[in-house]
Design a protein. Structure first.
Lengths: 216, 216
DNA sequence: TACTATAGTGTTATAAATACACTAAGCAAT
DNA sequence: ATTGCTTAGTGTATTTATAACACTATAGTA
């Protein structure tokens, strides 16, 4: 019968760019091709747990936003045999904060700008496209952005995350007005330090759990 | 390894009630329990095709709105063994128009009011709950309602579908204004006949394919 | 012809989204 | 200490969307 795998599309925003975590494959016919981290579901673990495990093993990342994206079940999507893959998407605050482990199973693991993906294995280009669509949609009606920001952040940083992902500029005053009216965030009382200009107020999220809130 | 199944949550609106199609099970430990129609994925068919096939076999229904809902992958969800189920949800115009076949595999197959579900097998109560949430959400920002209405329909009928599913009354004038402004529908030129009161204009959908349109 | 039932239609009020430009604060250079 | 530079922070007016609300029209039936 068909095997079940999980794949995780992990995004972060770094250097004003939306990045996705990819691994470079070693085995034929995908030598030099890249794929999202993932792997088989063990018989004694849930599908969700499998996604968490692969994420943890490949990138040392735990306890982050992980959401089921879609299940890819075409017959020919994997040349090694019948594999149905449950894809997840995932967000982390910043690329540098996590240890990305390279294992001997893969040639390389690194972050890639979503606009310039390398040669992709399987149907993973398609999976990333779907994840990106979902991310953009969720950004507009939920508070998922909390998963992309550090504990303390400025509203300018938050706005930049929105702008990078949505690919358009937002009005500063309207953005702040909206975010503040939603009570998503509150001031920490602290300010940024060491900038060669006026320091900014630091904010934190009032709730670090998924919420439905119409944002944009 | 784990087996892969599909389940289909099929909705219709009938007699001003939102109904879901269920089958009554024969095999232990679920004798007398009900489940959504579904079954195993064959090795040589895609997961999507499996959902279509089971839907066709169990209810004689083809070429209708079918959308992947969620994949349920908990270890203990099926007492017969490890089964990961890809759930779909589905909408059809009206209960009477389709032949619901009862096969010897099941004790019964019938429509149930979503507010009064019988004893449910597996995690199917949960699956239906998710499908219902999704349906309500999609009703508000897409044109999925076309799948629940016959070719020609009145705006009053359409409004009733919205009211039944959302569980609230809508203002007639605002509803019509909104629907007409979206150009979702157009007059057929025909009118209802045989009613003991003023006949209503019959409309049809301009596009019978999924569209994103902010409705409510 | 009048009674009944559903169809069909506009306006006003309220709320939300959008467009838009200046002052404030800190650091660095002189 | 003054000036220049850079980013932070703020309010109002306009436009658009949503929400509330009641009467006339038309066919069938009695």
């Amino acid at each position: 019968m068909a095997a079940i795998a999980t794949d995780v599309v992990m995004f972060t925003v770094h250097n004003q760019q939306l990045k996705v975590l990819l691994i470079e494959m070693k085995k034929k016919p995908f030598v030099g091709y890249w794929a999202t981290p993932g792997g088989m579901v063990n018989p004694e673990e849930s599908v969700d747990a499998s996604a968490q495990r692969h994420l943890s093993n490949k990138a040392g990342i735990k306890d982050i936003y992980l959401e089921q994206l879609y299940t890819f079940g075409d017959v020919d999507r994997d040349p090694f045999g019948r594999v149905v893959s449950v894809a997840y998407f995932s967000l982390i605050p910043d690329a540098d904060k996590f240890q990305i482990k390279t294992t001997h199973d893969y040639a390389d693991i690194s972050w890639h700008n979503v606009d310039h993906l390398p040669k992709m294995a399987y149907d993973h280009r398609h999976i990333i496209k779907m994840a990106l669509d979902r991310l953009r949609a969720k950004l507009e009606y939920t508070n998922v952005v909390y998963s992309l920001l550090p504990t303390d952040f400025t509203l300018a940083e938050m706005q930049q995350v929105y702008e990078v992902i949505l690919g358009k500029n937002l009005d500063k005053r309207n953005f702040r007005k909206k975010i503040l009216s939603l009570n998503m965030v509150e001031k920490t009382g602290k300010k940024t330090e060491g900038t060669a200009h006026r320091p900014a107020d630091l904010y934190k999220f009032t709730k670090k759990s998924p919420q439905i809130v119409q944002i944009l």
